[in-house]
Design a protein around this ligand. Sequence first.
Ligand SMILES: [Fe+2]
Ligand SMILES: [Fe+2]
Length: 212
Amino acid sequence: MVSKTGLLYFLNSPYVKVIFMVDINLKNQTPTAWLNRVLEHFNEFLIDHAANERKAAMTAMSMVAHYPDRVSLVETMIDLALEELNHFRQVVKIINQRKLIIPPDRKDPYISKLRAQFNNGSENYLLDRLLCGAIVEARGAERLMMVSKALANKRLAKFYLSLATSEKKHYLIFLDQASIFFEDEIIKSRLEEWQVIEGDIIKTLPTLPRLH
Ligand SMILES: [Fe+2]
Ligand SMILES: [Fe+2]
């Protein structure tokens, strides 16, 4: 389970600046219709949620592979991948307790649509990977917190609260990494664009018992 220890682990890293000059305001808050759908089909949600945690770990590791010369990014993304993999393991345990079957991987239209908005050029692309990563984590934090507050099962609610807290920390980590490589004004300006892009994409998606 993600804990304060995890946060301290990140914050103790010499590569974390801790001073966050920018924050994320999600456009288009998730409607309660989504939450209701999740609660009605919670097993389906669990399976999709597990896939999201696994993909988050893989995305972090792909950053490690693509930017081996960016020391702070490599160390931070390895830590992030471990934490996401731990989330995956925890959700898989719940899935197995319920004797559910995990289906083959499927594409996530939300992520595909976001990726289609990445700018070209190595620096622009890195900035977009970091800011898009931040906004995906922020959306995850918003939705997992909604789930946590609505779950009647106290143990499960506590677990989802811990995950929501962790995803909030992750979006700050992505912003922090962006602030190491880019000027604050550049980050602010592109983040504003990303907030609109993500808000537009999320509202076009059907209301399904999935994280996105
Ligand atoms: Fe996670
Ligand atoms: Fe995360």
